[in-house]
Design a protein around this ligand. Structure first.
Ligand code: ATP
Length: 475
């Protein structure tokens, strides 16, 4: 009886089944369908491009042995790869890709034949028209380790970043979560890690993406019925850098898909780098299972730089821009702009611009003018003490009552409002807010914020409390 695609594949499968774990067999071989046998060439259909890549990377030797046993030394394997969608059609497309199994011991590159270029995965980061599927990393080469000034405020995060860059996926810092307040260098550091990895490992696929863009891509993929392509694309990446993950809060669908992508990458030794403006413990409306993943690796905080670091940052920037500035002026700026590196740079840029526009020398007077403007424009953060005083006054009670353990409804509400405004108007962590407002824990603060949000929606009188207090506290 002559061979058919089915009979050859069935015999291959029984050999493969005996040589790998049952779970791997079920995942990677059961979904394959034999399509055609032409001489010594067997065509099999696989459900996605990712699937094909996985087989080529992990099971090519096994497949080769199985095929050679059935079809002899000239055996060839061709994949029909189901592409879920493409630009021009909603129907799945089949792309034919020959296996590299003829010489399986050489390192293999995934090459897509020319005729299939227009069917590459639908993702804006894939450069079309190339033989090899390549991904634009979206990294900013101006953000490097070399120009990320080290200080006590960032030492842990910077060293962890360097360790990750030396051995992506190979340290216990996976994921590496960099968190801290506005303008403290989270994005810079995340890029620097990616840039360094690309330098050291040019073949690694690195992708930087903001959470906002990731979310938008996901929504688009759902709309265009290309969710699987979206997932497979992200599962292909070696180093995934996601900026501002706090943005995922409240977005259940995006969190769910990210959870699966994260698990896949982590299980396969791929590196994940995340940034956030909050520590995991303070992130709201992010699923517990995702938060617990964030804590698997290392969470490293970026704090406001101390005076010496601020001086170094300014000097470094001046040096890079080829500008000379008297020391006392640099010191003046560093003394007066304390909490935010972006502002520090902003003052410097304004000074350079003004001095060159007016053809003037740098002067302390110019520095004072510009610093004053920056300080005025930066909204003063209200203190938690001030919030407690104002809320107590509004409800005609003293601060001790507001902080007390009583469960009387109007006092509980006043306390919850104080917690809510502390969360909204300060950068203090939930744990610290709880501690300052009657020694409660962070879960109580979180609950208070949710309750206030709910009551504002449903209770007119309560909404008025929130509006009145917002005016009092912010004007
Ligand atoms: N340690 C540092 N050395 C040199 N430059 C720094 C350092 N930290 C921050 N910067 C610079 O400060 C600016 C703001 O940094 P970045 O955008 O990375 O902050 P961020 O924490 O991501 O801010 P945001 O919270 O707004 O997203 C950038 O120009 C960055 O290069």
């Amino acid at each position: 009886m002559s061979n058919t695609a089915e009979s050859v594949w069935t015999d291959c499968l029984s050999f493969i089944k005996d040589n790998i774990k049952p779970q791997a067999y079920k995942t990677w071989f059961e979904p394959i369908k034999p399509v055609k046998l032409s001489g010594e060439a067997l065509t099999i259909q696989v459900p996605s491009k990712f699937f094909y890549e996985w087989l080529e990377e992990h099971y090519i030797k096994l497949l080769r042995v199985a095929l050679v046993r059935q079809l002899g030394n000239d055996a060839k394997l061709i994949y029909d790869v189901k592409m879920e969608n493409n630009y021009s059609s909603n129907r799945p497309q089949i792309v034919k890709i020959p296996s590299s199994n003829r010489d399986p011991l050489k390192p293999q590159k995934v090459t897509v034949p020319l005729e299939s270029n227009k069917r590459e995965l639908r993702n804006p980061f894939i450069i079309p028209g190339l033989q090899k599927v390549k991904i634009e990393s979206q990294l900013n080469p101006n953000y490097s380790f070399a120009n990320f000034i080290e200080g006590d405020s960032n030492r842990l995060a910077r060293s962890a970043g360097m360790a990750v860059a030396n051995k992506p996926g190979g340290t216990s810092f996976n994921p590496l979560l960099i968190y801290g307040g506005v303008g403290l260098g989270k994005t810079h550091l995340a890029h620097a890690i990616g840039v360094d990895i690309k330098d050291k490992y040019p073949d690694k696929t690195v992708l930087y993406i903001s959470s906002e863009k990731f979310t938008q891509q996901f929504i688009d993929s759902v709309k265009s019925n290309t969710r699987n392509d979206f997932i497979h694309f992200y599962q292909m990446i070696d180093v995934l850098i996601i900026d501002d993950v706090q943005f995922l809060s409240g977005k259940a669908g995006t969190q769910d898909v990210f959870f699966h992508i994260f698990n896949h990458l982590h299980q396969n030794g791929k590196q994940v780098i995340l940034t956030s403006d909050k520590a995991p413990v303070d992130m709201q409306d992010i699923e517990q299972r995702l938060l617990s993943r964030f804590k698997w690796g290392l969470s490293a905080e970026l704090q406001s730089p101390d005076y010496e670091t601020r001086i170094s940052i300014l000097q470094n920037k001046l040096y890079r821009d080829g500008v000379e500035m008297p020391e006392d002026i640099v010191e003046y700026v560093a003394k007066n702009i304390k909490s935010n590196v972006r502002e520090l740079e902003g003052v410097l840029i304004s000074m350079i611009a003004q001095a060159s526009f007016n053809r003037k020398e740098f002067s302390l007077q110019l520095a004072k003018q510009i610093v004053d403007k920056f300080v005025k424009n930066t909204k003063k953060e209200v203190s938690i003490d001030y919030i407690q005083k104002e809320v107590s006054k509004y409800f005609d009670m003293d601060v001790a009552t507001l902080q007390s353990k009583t469960r009387k409804r109007h006092i509980v509400q006043a306390r919850q409002l104080a917690m809510y405004f502390a969360k909204r108007l300060t950068k203090t962590s939930l744990a610290s807010i709880g501690n300052q407002i009657g020694q409660r824990d962070h879960a109580t603060v979180l609950h208070a914020c949710k309750t206030v949000d709910n009551l504002t929606e449903t209770d007119k009188q309560f909404r008025k409390y929130v509006d009145d207090l917002t005016k009092k506290l912010t004007f």
